[in-house]
Write a protein that binds this ligand. Structure first.
Ligand SMILES: Cc1cc2nc3c(=O)[nH]c(=O)nc-3n(C[C@H](O)[C@H](O)[C@H](O)COP(=O)(O)OP(=O)(O)OC[C@H]3O[C@@H](n4cnc5c(N)ncnc54)[C@H](O)[C@@H]3O)c2cc1C
Length: 475
């Protein structure tokens, strides 16, 4: 609990006592520490990089806080696109990092890209200068006893990963992302697809998805995209020939058998996909009146069925290759990709099932996870989940209720994902498919749909911000 008997926010720097520990000085941790401090809490921010005798810091280049690991782009800054909207919302909530990104932007069209060194330097300087924050260069390998936010990110060091696994259960912490592409429902050719379930209720496991118990297999849950023999052969050939993203040195592949990328399955044999994620057993194509040669199954990404995931099609193919290859599936000839497949090293928790309210450790209402650990993807999304975790903890430590942002805005859609996304859990960036459809939408041109979704998001976000006890704090 925040102490009331201190002289001011500087006090803990002298006495070494903090109200909240934040572990991890990356994007989420810095954003969270800043928000806590602005709300009068004394924060110790632990960052392993830069510690005397610390472990190797690959792939980071420096010990600066908030160093971007790869691209220098924070994606679209267009307020009509999901990522642009999210930035706008974060700024309205008093974000530290988004305005600093703007200050250190480099020209990148409609995207917000930064001079990565200047950005990390500026974040480090802001944190070091913040009176309520003490930056501690050191690794923390255990869950703190008192209030804390753990934001150790995709490359969480092993002792902390072990501590989190112990807290959430070993099978609730994952070390790799194996993401399948997501396509817009409006872009499917429904004449070439059919909704049906197979006889059994074993799909989640047998179709190779990693998480037993995922088996949503009720009538019509899945959209089936049939392929005949020639189409299947062409699809497999195209996967074999496609350009792949090369893993980095620290990402040596250790696939879970159930999350192998499609290209690895194709390498093992041309029939492997047909006996794995594309197996047609138990399905009859009503148009042909027969079992298809192979079937790509799609599963709804949200309850409104506006976006569909290509089940079992996690892949390391490059984005242009994914567009080319997956459009060979007849029902997907015109597919619009809302998210591309990816496979990379990542540490994240099955937040909807293993965390309380999507962020708190079980039995520890004073310890929240933040950033990528909760199952979001992307720089801005990680910042968002840092700010959200801090807002939740501030409300909790003060004993005041907190209302989540509405699912119709960008932050709310991400929060909905970490609280409620169905199994198997896959990290997500913010994209149109996370939003509930517009009322009376009908089929709108893409740009018009985006414009209306953005207008609704802005209005609903502003209404939430005007009323909620959480959002107004520190902003
Ligand atoms: C290799 C790689 C490349 C990526 N490239 C992109 C990209 O180009 N674009 C994009 O949008 N997203 C990218 N991401 C995904 C994601 O957006 C970033 O990883 C983002 O930085 C995550 O933010 P975070 O705050 O959750 O974690 P991080 O920014 O990684 O911060 C975590 C911090 O915690 C520290 N830490 C770890 N364990 C401990 C411990 N036990 N004690 C103390 N400190 C600890 C780390 O040193 C680190 O500074 C990439 C991820 C990876 C792994």
């Amino acid at each position: 609990m925040p102490r009331t008997d201190r002289d001011g926010p500087h006090g803990h720097v002298a006495d070494g006592k903090a109200d909240v520990l934040v572990v991890g000085g990356g994007l989420a941790g810095c954003e969270a520490a800043w928000h806590l401090a602005r709300n009068g809490f004394r924060v110790d921010l632990f960052e392993a990089r830069g510690a005397a005798g610390g472990t190797s810091q690959e792939p980071w280049q420096t010990d600066r806080l908030a160093e971007l690991l790869c691209s220098n782009s924070l994606k679209s800054d267009d307020p009509q696109r999901p990522s642009g909207l999210l930035k706008h919302e974060l700024e309205r909530l008093g974000s530290l990092l988004i305005p600093l990104a703007r200050e250190h932007a480099v020209p990148a069209g409609m995207a917000l890209a930064v001079d990565r060194e200047a950005f990390a330097r500026a974040v480090t300087a802001a944190i070091e200068a913040c009176p309520g924050i003490r930056l501690v260069r050191g690794e923390l390998g255990a869950i703190p006893d008192g209030p804390a936010i753990i934001a150790t990110g995709p490359l969480t060091l092993p002792p902390m990963a072990q501590a989190i696994a112990q807290a959430v259960g070993d099978d609730g912490l994952y070390f790799y992302d194996a993401i399948a592409p997501v396509v817009d429902a409006d872009s499917l050719d429904w004449d070439r697809a059919f909704t049906a379930s197979r006889w059994g209720r074993d799909q989640g496991v047998a179709r190779g998805e990693g998480n037993p118990g995922s088996g949503a297999d009720d009538e019509g849950d899945y959209v089936n995209c049939p392929l005949d023999r020639e189409e299947y052969d062409a699809f497999v050939e195209a996967i074999a020939a496609a350009e792949k993203v090369v893993p980095r040195a620290f990402e040596e592949p250790r696939w879970f058998e159930n999350c192998s990328p499609v290209e690895l399955m194709v390498e093992r044999g041309r029939e492997v996909l047909r006996h794995g994620p594309l197996r047609p057993i138990g399905l009859v194509d009503p148009r042909a009146g027969a079992r298809p040669w192979a079937v790509v199954q799609l599963r709804a990404e949200n309850r409104h069925r506006t976006a569909f995931n290509l089940v079992g099609c996690q892949t390391r193919m490059t984005r242009p290759a994914q567009e080319r290859v997956f459009r060979l599936i007849p029902a997907l000839r015109q597919a619009r990709f809302l998210r591309f497949g990816e496979v990379h090293r990542n540490t994240f928790v099955d937040a909807p099932r293993r965390l309380e309210e999507g962020i708190f450790l079980p039995g520890r209402p004073d310890v929240a996870l933040a950033g990528l650990l909760c199952g979001v993807e992307g720089y801005v999304e990680s910042i968002a989940l840092g700010l959200y975790a801090a807002m939740r903890l501030v409300a909790r430590l003060r004993g005041v209720p907190f209302t989540d942002p509405p699912v119709t805005c960008a932050l709310g859609a991400l929060v909905w994902h970490v609280r409620h996304a169905p199994a198997p859990y896959m990290p997500t960036n913010v994209h149109l498919g996370l939003w509930p459809p517009l009322e009376h939408q009908g089929r709108l041109p893409k740009d018009e749909k985006r414009r209306r979704l953005a207008a609704r998001a802005l209005a609903d976000f502003d209404a939430w911000r005007a009323t909620g006890p959480g959002p107004g704090e520190g902003a």
